[in-house]
Design a protein around this ligand. Structure first.
Ligand SMILES: [Zn+2]
Length: 281
């Protein structure tokens, strides 16, 4: 009888331990899942720094600041740009420093027409066939691959134009690109991001303080902020001054513990994995 009572009691203790153990495992499991699926690797927000059109000022004015701070950016390359034609060996060095060479087409075609009189007739997207657009973008990937050897890449729409006629050309190119950047001034949380229509803030004369306020807004809302530079102290009418550019990059560097900073390809793959894990939950 004593033996039965003892075994009953020890069973009870065992069961208790078993359940406590189970719930501990449960807590640990949930904890580790939440940990592994934190939106921005446990940081408050994410920032991708991008530069469009492959212009000399990126090599001369942007790269030295980025490299001195160890920040990695994405350069959306128009393959036939004047700077690429004359300074290809310098462009080729960017990936060695961790920067991404993104695809910004071969000739930078845009939709012409009213208000777009500056679009050259030979590169007016409204005269392109869907196939020509896709071929020129794929040719740009071949060109970029010859520079950096990479097979995974992201795309940036020229002038934010996404369609030939009624057809979205990126739809047929999802195997060619991990993501595509558009030009809407918006920022989103990780679950709201459409990888083939990533929004971004276009820089046009903002002060350092104004650029930094975008980052602070991203921190407050746990969002992805993509910043798009064209001219850096010249090279394009959409410009940023050297002090504003430098203040912005220094703020990012100084707040790196709270900001995930990466080129678009790295960020897009992170978002893609996160969204897949989130769906599987
Ligand atoms: Zn452009």
């Amino acid at each position: 009888m004593q033996l039965v009572a003892y075994s009953y009691l020890s069973n009870l203790t065992f069961m208790k331990k078993y359940f406590i153990g189970l719930s501990l495992i449960h807590i640990l499991f949930i904890g580790s899942f939440a940990q592994s699926n934190q939106p921005w690797q446990g940081k408050k927000c994410a920032v991708v720094i991008t530069y469009d059109d492959a212009i000399n000022q990126h090599l001369d004015n942007a790269i030295p600041v980025l490299d001195s701070l160890g920040l990695k950016a994405t350069f959306y390359i128009t393959a036939f740009s004047a700077s690429m034609q004359t300074r290809i060996n310098e462009w080729k060095k960017l990936p060695e420093h961790g920067h991404e060479l993104g695809n910004h087409t071969l000739f930078h075609p845009c939709m012409g027409g009213k208000g777009r009189e500056w679009v050259k007739p030979e590169y007016d997207m409204s005269t392109y066939t869907l196939q020509r657009m896709i071929d020129e973008i794929r040719m740009t990937n071949v060109f970029l691959r010859s520079l950096d050897g990479q097979t995974k890449r992201t795309f940036a729409f020229t002038c934010g134009d996404m369609k030939i006629g009624d057809s979205s050309f990126i739809n047929g190119m999802k195997n060619d690109f991990v993501a595509a950047r558009a030009v809407r001034n918006q920022m989103h949380r990780i679950n709201e991001i459409d990888l083939y229509n990533i929004d971004c803030y276009v820089v046009n004369g903002q002060s350092g303080e104004q650029l930094i306020s975008w980052v602070k807004q991203a921190m407050e809302t746990n969002s992805l902020l993509v910043v798009l530079f064209h001219g850096v102290n010249g090279g394009n009418a959409l410009n940023v001054s050297l002090p504003a550019h430098s203040e912005f990059l220094h703020f990012l560097k100084d707040n790196q513990k709270d900001i995930m900073i990466a080129p678009m390809i790295t960020m897009a793959e992170h978002i893609k994995d996160w969204q897949a894990r989130n769906l599987a939950k």
